[in-house]
Design a protein around this ligand. Structure first.
Ligand code: ATP
Ligand code: PH2
Ligand code: MG
Length: 229
């Protein structure tokens, strides 16, 4: 995604959560220190593929079969654990290192690429864990302006960033096992993040001019304020 397209959405997110852009930029630069170039050839198989964007909601446990049928499986954060438990191979993990970091590190050593996201609130985690990754397997991402080695494909939460990334590499159909956007069992900040995830998926869907299963029946409820529609 071009920065100019992402920028107004990013500004709205910064405003709503009170995040500091310069902290996001610092985090990006910390990540850049570790980031080694990663060939995009390995993501070529996303092109035209049916891609499961596995989310970290409680339904993931019962929806692993959807991922099993997909051509390409992207695991957002804890979804990776549900999938591994069910014996399903993961093609890419997306994380900001706030949960199940050992899983991400282990996957990288098993040859699975991991999109590691830097933001103003995970700088200590970047410093602590990045050295443990198989460096050639780290796809470095930022929500601020990208650099040569740190990419911004768009998106905010681990799950919606995974969807934007799959779209960037030409995914055809996106499927969303493990998404529980109305989960009552989350804290208020997480609820707010999930609301943004939903809006961002709606935006992505609009850009793609295609339907996402996760948004079925929810259109009227999606707050499109701050989205460049
Ligand atoms: N009910 C849900 N609870 C948590 N995540 C959900 C849920 N439904 C969908 N998701 C998506 O799954 C992703 C992975 O979930 P997980 O709980 O592991 O996230 P997380 O690491 O806390 O996410 P983030 O760092 O993006 O806040 C989330 O980023 C979100 O996009
Ligand atoms: N600065 C900042 N950026 C983020 C944060 C966060 O807590 N702080 N959380 C995210 C996904 O949960 C994504 N981006
Ligand atoms: Mg996370």
């Amino acid at each position: 995604m071009e920065l100019a397209e992402w920028e107004p959405v990013y500004e709205a997110i910064l405003r709503e959560f009170g995040f500091d852009r310069s902290a996001d930029e610092r985090a990006r630069d910390v990540l850049a220190e570790f980031a080694t170039p990663i060939s995009f050839d390995r993501f070529a198989e996303l092109s035209g593929a049916t891609v499961a964007i596995a989310g970290g909601g409680p339904s993931m446990e019962h929806e692993t079969a959807t991922a099993d049928r997909a051509d390409f499986v992207v695991a957002a954060s804890v979804a990776a654990d549900f999938l591994l438990e069910a014996g399903i191979d993961i093609d890419l993990m997306v994380t900001d290192l706030d949960k199940n970091v050992e899983t991400a590190i282990d996957l990288s050593h098993a040859g699975v690429p991991v999109a590691v996201h830097a933001h103003g609130d995970n700088i200590p985690a970047l410093g602590e864990y990045l050295p443990e990754f198989e460096q050639g397997q780290v796809l470095a991402t930022t929500q601020a302006a990208p650099t040569e080695s740190v990419y911004n494909f768009g998106g905010f939460t681990d799950g919606d960033r995974a969807a934007f990334l799959a779209d960037e590499f030409g995914a055809d159909e996106l499927q969303f096992p493990g998404w529980d956007l109305d989960d009552e069992d989350v804290d208020p900040v997480k609820r707010q993040k999930l609301a943004w995830a939903e809006r961002l998926l709606y935006w992505l869907e609009t850009r793609r001019d295609e339907r996402f299963a996760v948004l079925d029946g929810r259109r009227g409820r999606i707050d499109t304020t701050d989205l460049p529609l």
